[in-house]
Each structure stands twice: as structure tokens, then as C-alpha cells.
Ligand binder design. Structure first.
Ligand SMILES: Cc1cc2nc3c(=O)[nH]c(=O)nc-3n(C[C@H](O)[C@H](O)[C@H](O)COP(=O)(O)OP(=O)(O)OC[C@H]3O[C@@H](n4cnc5c(N)ncnc54)[C@H](O)[C@@H]3O)c2cc1C
Ligand SMILES: NC(=O)c1ccc[n+]([C@@H]2O[C@H](COP(=O)([O-])OP(=O)(O)OC[C@H]3O[C@@H](n4cnc5c(N)ncnc54)[C@H](OP(=O)(O)O)[C@@H]3O)[C@@H](O)[C@H]2O)c1
Length: 457
């Protein structure tokens, strides 16, 4: 085992889950392979590692982060809790169900700080390219040490791609947008709604980014928010100041024209039009090519790339379940890399993928999406020793979350849920979400009396 070398690309929640999975085997006294994780950013946490930068970073690399200031979890934290590291263990007291980004970042780090995980990671290192040699059955990785401006190559037996898929914008063109005089950006480059105070804002798209950036902009004082949908409206009962219109047909100056014949003048446009799965470091025959969906084709068990199963993909699905799903995937891929889980024949793999794709083709609403992803996770869990958690109960919480959003998009983050890991009921946050303009960890963990003092002084 010691002679085997494993490369993990990316130290976001998926890559860290892979490290944690190996660490957990080590704790059980097993000999683990040599692991090297390459992370192009200076720190771990992936998306959760906020950056103010857009475009390129200090070393000229495309910025990975798509998260922004004032981003609060868009699902209950009880739905993503690690089953081997609870929120209670980390925060030592019950916290609310919808924490802001810095709180979840702190939680992610808490688990990984308990081990020597940092020792496995080479930060500021980008994977530029890789090749696979059929004879030696080894990958050669071409790496770029950004700090020292030095390239080098290394050989590995397995490669785990954990580079995420919400980083490379899908940026459509609309006639006249090139002459739009205001700001035009993709959600990937949005860093907070302060810039839209008193502005008329147009968001194109009808999924999570559109919903969340729209609601945040409304909360922080935009004059109006218009969401423009291609297929279906989000369809919530919006407060006055937020509305939905069909797709933009074209722009003339500041004015956008919509499919229903209406038009409106805007100060800024944000494309909330999703992301591309992008793997510029892989030759095309090893690249996963997929849209954002719950079961990308060509991945056995959603993980093992059919053409070359020594190439493993984590977290490539669209996500209801997140951290706990990445964990179950990482535990199973660890078992495979340690020779404890055998892949069936290519034909059997294909049959299994087809069964899942067939099942997925029948899914047609968000509640069924949740059930589908729950079934996927249950399938993984029974094959490995990731600590069991009540996946169906979490599914019920997701369905309640969907209902809460429908009931009131401005108050759903004030609701509380019970942990399936510890049984603890979440605390109510000291301030209602609509009134909470500070998303810092310090403010979040402040005692209620203290927040009153802050307001009075
Ligand atoms: C705006 C936004 C909000 C979100 N909000 C939530 C939320 O509230 N709750 C939730 O559960 N999920 C949320 N998500 C989903 C989020 O993507 C997951 O929670 C999680 O971050 C995915 O983890 P990952 O490790 O798969 O990918 P990422 O977090 O994207 O991490 C990938 C890592 O790979 C590194 N990398 C990329 N390319 C290379 C390379 N060539 N070489 C070396 N390193 C590389 C990156 O620097 C990064 O650190 C949100 C996503 C977005 C975009
Ligand atoms: N606070 C938070 O926690 C938060 C905030 C934002 C995002 N997120 C996360 O970020 C991830 C990505 O969400 P996302 O909303 O960016 O992407 P997404 O879910 O993939 O949705 C993409 C949207 O873009 C639309 N679209 C694509 N191409 C278009 C075109 N040419 N013209 C018009 N519309 C087009 C799609 O419309 P169709 O329906 O027509 O395909 C869809 O509405 C999710 O996991 C989400 O949970 C979380």
C-alpha cells in the first residue's frame, strides 16, 4: 500500500473529504497509501474560502471562488452535517440552522484541523495537465508551483478530481448587451449587493444564484430586482420590489426587452446562468462531459470514470446533499484505492449507470430530486463504513425547506431543524435574517444580550 501514490486535485470540501477518509482508515490501524493533495489557492475550503478578487488571482490563475459577502447557507445546516464531526462538537453549543459562510468555513476547518491534513496539501499549486501510461498504469501530472514559478512532474497510481463545478461561468450572449452602459457580470464575479443599493437590477436565470443574489440585493437596498427566466419562473410569491419576467430578447442602451413584449430600464445585469464542468488539465478522453444534473453519465456509482476508473471524480453532481454526500463518495473511493472495494466488469458498470439514468429520467420535481439523491447516498453508504446517518430524515428536512421557501422566501432562514447526528434542536439566531446585515463569525456567535448592547451603543 505504501508504494501506491494518490493525487487529490483540490482541497475544497470534496478533496478534504478524501483526505479525511484516508485518515479515518489510518486511525483504524490500516496502512494507507502516500497522498498528495494539490490546491491552487493559498488555503483550503474551496468555494468556502472567500476571496474579494475576481478575474485572476495573485499569480494570474483564474479565480475559483464564486461565493460572496453576506452569503448565508441556502439549505439547513442539518442537511449537510458531517456524520463524524457534528456542529455540537465544533461550536460547543447549539447554533441556528442557516449560518453564514464564515461559520460554515470554520466548521469545515474544525474537522480537518483535528488531523495532520495540512501536511498532505501543496498549496499554491495548479495541476496543468496529466497523461496516463497504459503500460505502467501510472498517471504523470504536470504541476505548476505558482509561488516559485516552477513546473515539475510527478507520477501517481490514482487521481481524484475534486475541483468542483461551480467556477467556470456559462455566459450567454444577448443582442445589444455589448452596448449596455451599466455593469454586466456573471454571478461568479458577484461579491456582494452593496454596489446595487438604489439600483434597478436585472438577473438572468431562475435557479439558486438568481434567487439568492436577488433576495440579497433586495435585503441590502436595491431599488428593484427583476429575474428573467428561460424555461420556468422560480414562481415564489415575491415581495414588492422583486418580480419575474420571461427571457430577455435584446437590449437597447439601458433598456432590456422581454419575450412578453415588456421592457424596463436597468442599471446593472448579473448573469445567473450557471456554470460549466471544466477540466482544462485533462485530455478530452478523460474529461467528464456533462451538464449540471444529479447523475452525470459515465461515472460508475457517480464516482469512477468508466474509460479509466483510476481516475475518480468527487462532487460532480448537482447538489442538495453536499458535505455528507462528498464524504460517502470519498469513503467508497478510498476503499477502492485501498483494494477493499472491487469494481465489477465494464458491462456491469454500464448496466448500473443505465439503471440510475433511467430512474433519474422519471424524476420531475424538486421533491423527487431530493428522494433521488437520498437513494444515491444510501446506495453508497451500504458499501462502505462512513458513519450511518438518517438520510431519509435529512430528505424530509429538505422537503420542509422547499415548503418554507415557498411560504416566505424572506423568512425561511429563521426556521430551525433538529440534527440527525446528535438530536440537538438548532437555536434561533439572535437576529431575524432580514435584519441581520453582518455575516461575520464574531457577530454570529455573539450572545443575544451583547447584540442588544451593540445596537444601543
Ligand atoms: C455561490 C455558491 C453558493 C453555494 N452555497 C452553498 C450552500 O449554502 N450550502 C452548500 O452545502 N453548498 C453550497 N454551494 C455548493 C458548493 O459548491 C459545495 O458546498 C462545495 O464547495 C463543493 O466542494 P468541492 O470540493 O467539490 O468543490 P469546490 O469547493 O469548488 O473546491 C474545489 C477546489 O479545487 C481547486 N482547484 C480547481 N482547479 C484546480 C487545479 N487545476 N489545480 C489545483 N487545484 C484546483 C479550487 O481552488 C478549489 O479549492 C454553493 C456554491 C456556490 C457556487
Ligand atoms: N446562498 C447560497 O447558498 C447559494 C447562492 C447561490 C448559488 N448557490 C449554489 O450554487 C450552485 C449553482 O447554482 P446556479 O443557480 O448558479 O446554477 P444552476 O442551478 O445550474 O442554474 C442555472 C440557471 O441558468 C439558466 N440558464 C442557463 N443558460 C441560460 C441562458 N442561455 N439564458 C437564460 N438562462 C440560462 C438556467 O435556466 P434553465 O432552467 O432554462 O436551464 C438556470 O435557471 C447551486 O449548487 C446552488 O446551491 C448557493
Amino acid at each position: 500500500m505504501k508504494n501506491k501514490r494518490i493525487a487529490i486535485i483540490g482541497a475544497g470540501p470534496s478533496g478534504l473529504a478524501q483526505i479525511r477518509a484516508f485518515e479515518s482508515a489510518k486511525k483504524q490501524g490500516k496502512e494507507i497509501p502516500e497522498i498528495v493533495c494539490f490546491e491552487k489557492q493559498a488555503n483550503w475550503g474551496g468555494m468556502w474560502n472567500y476571496t474579494w478578487r475576481t478575474g485572476v488571482g495573485k499569480f494570474g490563475e483564474p479565480i475559483h471562488g464564486s461565493m460572496y459577502k453576506y452569503l448565508w447557507s441556502n439549505g439547513p445546516k442539518e442537511c449537510l452535517e458531517f456524520s463524524d464531526y457534528s456542529f455540537d462538537e465544533h461550536f460547543k453549543k447549539p447554533i441556528s440552522s442557516y449560518p453564514p459562510r464564515p461559520v460554515l468555513f470554520d466548521y469545515i476547518q474544525g474537522r480537518i484541523n483535528k488531523s495532520n491534513a495540512r501536511d498532505y496539501i501543496r498549496f499554491n499549486t495548479t495541476l496543468r495537465w496529466l497523461t496516463f501510461n497504459e503500460e505502467t498504469e501510472k498517471f504523470t501530472l504536470f504541476l505548476d508551483d505558482l509561488k516559485n514559478n516552477k513546473t515539475y512532474e510527478e507520477k501517481f497510481d490514482y487521481v481524484v478530481v475534486a475541483t468542483g463545478h461551480f467556477s467556470t461561468p456559462n455566459m450567454p450572449f444577448f443582442e445589444g448587451i455589448d452596448d449596455f452602459p451599466g455593469a454586466v457580470m456573471h454571478a461568479h464575479d458577484f461579491r456582494g449587493a452593496d454596489q446595487f443599493i438604489d439600483k434597478d437590477l436585472l438577473l438572468i436565470g431562475s435557479s439558486y444564484s438568481a434567487e439568492d443574489i436577488g433576495v440579497q440585493s433586495y435585503k441590502h437596498g436595491a431599488k428593484s430586482v427583476t429575474l428573467s427566466y428561460r424555461s420556468n419562473p422560480i414562481g415564489l410569491s415575491w415581495p414588492e420590489g422583486i418580480e419575474e419576467r420571461p427571457l430577455v430578447t435584446h437590449f437597447e442602451g439601458n433598456t432590456a426587452f422581454f419575450k412578453d413584449g415588456t421592457s424596463k430600464r436597468f442599471d446593472a445585469v448579473v448573469m445567473c446562468t450557471g456554470y460549466q464542468h471544466k477540466f482544462p488539465f485533462l485530455p478530452s478522453y478523460l474529461r467528464l462531459k456533462t451538464e449540471n444534473n444529479l447523475y452525470p453519465d459515465h461515472l460508475y456509482k457517480g464516482i469512477f470514470f468508466q474509460t479509466q476508473p483510476k481516475l475518480i471524480y468527487l462532487g460532480m453532481q448537482d447538489q442538495y446533499y453536499t458535505f455528507n454526500m462528498f464524504d460517502t463518495q470519498a469513503w467508497l473511493s478510498r476503499d477502492y484505492m485501498m483494494g477493499e472495494f472491487e469494481l465489477p466488469s465494464k458491462e456491469e458498470q454500464r448496466k448500473d449507470i443505465d439503471l440510475w439514468l433511467e430512474k433519474y429520467s422519471k424524476v420531475d420535481d424538486p421533491k423527487e430530486d431530493v428522494d433521488f439523491q437520498a437513494d444515491y447516498i444510501k446506495d453508497l453508504i451500504q458499501m462502505t463504513d462512513y458513519p450511518e446517518f438518517n438520510v431519509d430524515k435529512v430528505g424530509e428536512m429538505f422537503k420542509q425547506w422547499l415548503q418554507d421557501k415557498e411560504d416566505n422566501i424572506l423568512t425561511y432562514r429563521d426556521k430551525t431543524f433538529r440534527s440527525v447526528v446528535t438530536g440537538t434542536m438548532a437555536a434561533e439566531h439572535h437576529t431575524e435574517w432580514m435584519d441581520e446585515l453582518d455575516d461575520s463569525l464574531e457577530r454570529y456567535l455573539m450572545k443575544e444580550e451583547k447584540t442588544k448592547e451593540t445596537v444601543l451603543s
